[in-house]
Design a binder for this molecule. Structure first.
Ligand code: NAD
Ligand code: UDP
Length: 329
């Protein structure tokens, strides 16, 4: 099937941190973009600048419910992504991954659309193989507090591959490693947004555990470039899964020290208990992405942090809400 140059593209979770940057790029490329979101972990302000674009449409919809659209491509990003957001209502998180992908696979099957699913490095759990290649099957605790997200994402990958085998559908699965940048929710509790917000308001930076756990941080522009390249590979050639992330690995303490130095804050480091099942290390092997997509990240952590700090300096934190704690049972 030949795909027209101007494509009709659905982005689920399109008002979120990554989704909004993706919408920007797709609109810039001249596509007709449908941004779908229920604003659970985002706000309209991420996409209000796009509302006047004739090719941009915004739909408030919860992806756990079916919907009927005619599209050429689907990027499936709808899912709470930070631990405090996805643990807020773990049952809903699992539904979002599983029912969400079933609903968008349904659209893709009926319209023969190509579908890219945003999976995660969390499918590797607390990895015993380091760094992580796509062939590693992971070390996930299926009954822990992170399981609603990790296992939901694993099940969604399974569904993509089953639809591909059964219905020959053009799927694309990417496994995103920690990505940061402007438009992260300031209260999502993720380490980069948390440290920057804490530094800017003069709160102490909260290190969970001793800070020796590692993450590899990718800047959002690099990630979006990788996503679009993956979507645009010929569908029989390469369906993934493919790791997308920056292989430069840092300890959380190193990150905190860098944020303190770059913001010039007087904040100190404080140490709090490590949450259950918090992975001790994470670093992608990106040879497959280099080989198949000609992709590798370009933005170094310091440069990406500069842009992210500059963004947060202009954010009015009072306009954002903390997630409401779940009711005690
Ligand atoms: P985000 O929370 O900013 O974006 C997720 C978006 O999905 C939000 O706009 C939210 O309102 C929306 N959403 C949540 N539940 C929904 C539902 N039921 N129906 C419709 N919309 C819903 O997070 P993000 O970092 O932009 O993540 C985007 C995707 O990338 C997610 O699927 C996430 O799992 C994946 N991912 C992100 C990272 C990262 O480091 N940023 C890493 C791995 C995977
Ligand atoms: N973390 C931390 N302080 C914070 C927020 C997070 O030390 O204020 C740690 C967290 O325990 C984890 C790492 O930073 O080890 C990355 O956490 P994040 O929630 O950003 O992502 P994930 O654990 O899903 O990679």
């Amino acid at each position: 099937m030949s795909i027209p140059k101007m494509k009709r593209i659905l982005v689920t979770g399109g008002a979120g941190f990554l989704g909004s940057h993706l919408c920007d790029r797709l609109i810039d490329q001249g596509h007709d973009v449908i941004c779908l979101d229920n604003f659970f972990t985002s706000q309209k302000s991420n996409v209000t600048h796009l509302l006047s674009e004739p090719n941009f449409e915004l739909i408030r919809h919860d992806i756990t419910h079916p919907l009927w659209l005619e599209v050429d491509e689907v990027y499936n990003l709808a899912c709470p992504a930070s631990p405090i957001h996805y643990q807020w209502n773990p049952i809903k998180t699992m539904k979002c991954s599983v029912l969400g992908i079933i609903n968008v696979l349904g659209i893709a099957k009926r319209t023969q659309a190509r579908i890219l699913h945003a999976s995660t490095s969390e499918v590797y759990g607390d990895p015993e193989v380091h760094p992580q290649p796509e062939s590693y099957r992971g070390n996930v605790n299926p009954i822990g507090p992170r399981a609603c997200y990790d296992e939901g994402k694993r099940a969604a990958e399974t569904l993509c591959f089953d639809y591909h085998r059964r219905h020959h559908m053009p799927i694309k699965v990417i496994r995103i490693f920690n990505t940061y940048g402007p438009r992260m929710h300031p209260y999502d509790g993720r380490v980069v947004s948390n440290f920057i917000r804490q530094a800017l308001v003069g709160e102490d930076l909260t290190i969970y555990g001793d800070g020796s756990q590692t993450r590899s941080f990718c800047y959002c522009d690099d990630l979006v470039e990788g996503m679009i390249r993956m979507m645009n590979t010929g569908h029989d050639d390469f369906i993934g899964p493919v790791n997308l992330g920056n292989p430069d690995e840092f300890t959380i303490k190193e990150l905190a020290e860098m944020v303190i130095e770059m913001t010039g804050t007087k904040s100190k480091l404080i140490f709090e208990p490590l949450p259950a099942d918090d992975p001790t290390q994470r670093q992608p092997i990106i040879d497959l992405a280099k080989d198949k997509l000609g992709w590798e990240p370009k933005v170094k952590l310091r440069e990406g942090l500069e842009k992210t700090i500059a963004y947060f300096q202009d954010v009015d934190f009072s306009q954002f809400r903390h997630p409401t704690p779940p009711p005690l049972t």
